[in-house]
Design a protein around this ligand. Sequence first.
Ligand SMILES: [Zn+2]
Length: 502
Amino acid sequence: MRLALIHIAQETNDFNPVLTTLADFEAFGIHEGAEIARHFGEIGQIGGHYAAIRESGLDIETIPIIRAWAVAGGRISREAFDYFQVKIRAGLETIGPIDGLVLQLHGACAAEGIDDVEGEQAELCRQILGPDVPILLGLDHHANVTQKIMANCTAIVGHRTQPHDVFDTGKIGTEVLLRILTEKARPVMAWRKIPLLSHQEQFLTSKGPMKRWFDRARALEADRRVLQASNYPMQPWLDVAEGGWSTIVVTDGDQALAEALADELADLAWSMRDDFQVREAVTVDEAVHKADAAARGMVVLSDTGDTVFGGAAGDSNLILEAILRLGTKGRALIPLISPQAVQVLIAAGEGTEVTLPLGGDAAPAFFAPLTVTGTVRRIGGGAIPLAFNHQAEVDMGRVVVFDVGPVTLLISELRGVAGNVPGVYEAFGIDLAGYKMAVLKTASNFQYFAPITSQVIRADTRGPGQSDVFTLPWRRIPRPVYPLETISDWRAHSSQPGAGTG
Ligand SMILES: [Zn+2]
């Protein structure tokens, strides 16, 4: 048996005006052919695929075509979109007959002029492969599920946890495909769009309403007829024509069961729509005071508005400003993405005192530059080794460690993983034990700092990833959508034409 494997993923934030280009994908490595298995055969979603193949004991050949991943950011460039279309086409047209395609995409990727990148990619694969080759699609659960995605895939699986266990998704997806190919399972899908948005403060699947919703999907899968039940709380900064939450149920040949369970999962999410809106963030000043007053570090300050893992640009200086103004006793680590500042500081050289404006280079609608004086501690760059769930290293371009009062800034040219992984600081000789607080550019991915974290405080920062979804400049998302509008009669929506089977 022969399977093809394609993995292309980026999560788009429509409120970050900076395009994600091929260079952003190259910072994490674009790989083709056999080298994909060498680099990723044991890790991430691709590693999960190979684990499922091994555990099946079946004689299956995998032909990897392309693997490309970029950290969340602005829309991908048209050049990047076209590049991937060409690679997909070339790969599938030259591969010879295959029994199935493992397609690992994100689901919340948009490009210049294209709202539904994954729908286009899935449609291209279907056009080349014809109607009979099963396409198993793995999606991030922050995906925006669309008509085209549903129409062109045979079965769909989504991440089960936030933070994501991408290995698990890869393994489960391929296991579902093997049930189709070897046990003659006949997948049928039902899906529902849910006219709902929410900030990310209730997005962890370990507690609260998200746990209840995802636990229910797992419970439905206890029925052997249910191949997969997956929920999709769309990441809250995607402004596209078919935007909104969704749920998909895949059963073995039982359309009525799939429809009933999709209704149940959609209704459950809708019934908790206000629970998903509960805010935990405190003002920036309060967050800084609390962190400084904590008995011990490392206190994580979550800069949600500038979440690089949610696609923000990483150029916020709001927490930096508050720490300098309030004069904290404890020392703080803050990442900043600024090619301009890197240029100035490298020109000045290590050991030099420099006064310069910082922040607001990329998203000026949210941030204004702040003039600070500090000392260049270290200049570096190149590949940084990472303890990360699907990536062994990252290139963040040139990097400068810059000390400003109680703050040590890690300023980089590329967003990479910002300061969300301790190894990034350690790679530049920074001893984390000397710090009381660390600003993380994420609303959910605290797992890499967790072993050294005493508490997490969410700061209510503005920015392209802000929790306040009401004041974001929405243009394309279908209206009405809750909570931007009050919707009283939503149940009618779930049986509207087009919201049923794929
Ligand atoms: Zn996600």
